[in-house]
Design a protein around this ligand. Structure first.
Ligand SMILES: Nc1nc2c(ncn2[C@@H]2O[C@H](COP(=O)(O)OP(=O)(O)OP(=O)(O)O)[C@@H](O)[C@H]2O)c(=O)[nH]1
Length: 340
């Protein structure tokens, strides 16, 4: 991390409560925080006017938003809270229009757009469409047809545009994410992707899903570069990645961990299954022609991803075993001892 990044991280540390937060969490908390000063003055004003029902709706919304901020801040769970906030907010808005009349319909627009910030576009569209239907029921007896149609069409258009925008942004984010996490040479995941996947796995709560980590390293790769040139070395790396793809299941993940070092996260594979996988890949590399006229071998360290340990400890363990395989003469697999 650069000095500027570190300074920035330090400056915003108070906002994250000392831990790394997902973008969705921060957006939800910010939306709730923004809505409090937007609604509270109206609630207080209506309280002073004696409009008890309207004041109660406004103050309930403010209290709800505060509760969501505290909940998300403390637990980091935002998915159910995002849905809850959207439904609660939409209901509050509809009750306000019902109680105070059509002039309050302006609140519908920002409320509906906010839904696209915190929910999947299709979910936001579903909730907003239901809200629009209820709004029509509330207003149908109070407005002329032309006025009602104007409200319905403008709300529908705002939703349509917001949906397209959110959908397109989602697609772009996905493409960006894929590009950022891909190794440009071999097409497998890069080190950043590996670290994210390992930390996701560490947080995964399902205890029955045992998985293993394989670290693979080409033997004497420097010689290949020196003897045949860097381009030939690159071709070996590409062919090795293809070979690994052919030997793994679609649920397994392959990463390029360093220059000539790869990692495989074998999902659902215990130590013995992972050892068989490693041995299969080692033997396949030894018998394949990754480079014409030059036999190529790899060494592999295999460890299980014990939930008692951290991703850094899994990597250290696999690296130690890989080192042992190299020390033992290369073209070999070393597997961690079974603990249970
Ligand atoms: N062609 C190519 N070579 C790379 C790439 N990244 C790293 N290397 C080379 O990989 C080689 C790694 O060499 P070493 O770390 O000495 O390891 P080694 O020769 O494989 O020896 P052992 O691992 O001990 O068997 C170096 O020559 C690097 O230049 C790459 O993207 N393409």
């Amino acid at each position: 991390m650069s000095n500027t990044d570190q300074a920035r991280a330090g400056r915003w540390r108070w906002l994250s409560g000392g831990r790394q937060r997902r973008q969705e969490e921060v957006i939800l908390m910010m939306l709730c925080a923004l809505s409090i000063p937007s609604i509270l003055p109206f609630g207080v004003y209506r309280l002073m006017q004696g409009s008890w029902a309207s004041a109660a709706v406004d103050l309930a919304l403010v209290t709800g938003m505060m509760a969501v901020i505290v909940h998300v801040w403390r637990t980091g769970r935002y998915q159910v809270a995002s849905l809850g906030v959207t439904i609660f907010y939409s209901a509050g808005m509809l009750v306000t229009v019902y109680l105070r009349g059509v002039s309050l319909v302006y609140w519908v627009y920002p409320t509906m757009i906010a839904a696209y910030f915190v929910l999947r576009p299709v979910v936001a569209l579903g909730i907003n469409s239901a809200g629009l239907l209820i709004l029509v029921v509330i207003l149908v007896a109070r407005l002329e047809l032309l006025n009602l149609m104007t409200i319905v069409v403008t709300i529908a258009l705002v939703n349509f545009f917001a949906y397209i925008f959110a959908y397109r942004t989602g697609l772009q984010n996905k493409e960006l994410h894929t590009a950022v996490e891909l190794d440009f040479l071999t097409g497998v995941g890069n080190r950043r992707a590996m670290e994210r996947k390992l930390s996701e796995y560490a947080q995964e709560r399902r205890p029955h899903l045992e998985s293993s980590l394989l670290l693979l390293d080409l033997d004497h790769f420097k010689q290949i570069n020196d003897q045949y040139g860097h381009a030939a070395g690159d071709k070996v790396l590409i062919r090795l990645a293809e070979l690994m793809r052919g030997h793994t299941r679609s649920s397994d993940r392959i990463f390029r961990y360093g220059g000539e070092e790869f990692a495989i996260l074998a999902s659902g594979a215990g130590l013995s299954a992972a050892a068989r996988l490693a041995e299969g890949i080692r033997a396949a590399v030894a018998s394949a022609t990754l480079l014409e006229g030059h036999p190529i071998t790899i060494s592999i360290g295999v460890t299980d991803m014990d939930k008692e340990l951290t991703p850094a400890e899994w990597l250290a363990q696999a690296d130690k075993l890989l080192y042992a395989a190299k020390q033992g003469g290369r073209n070999a697999v070393r597997v961690a001892e079974q603990t249970s």
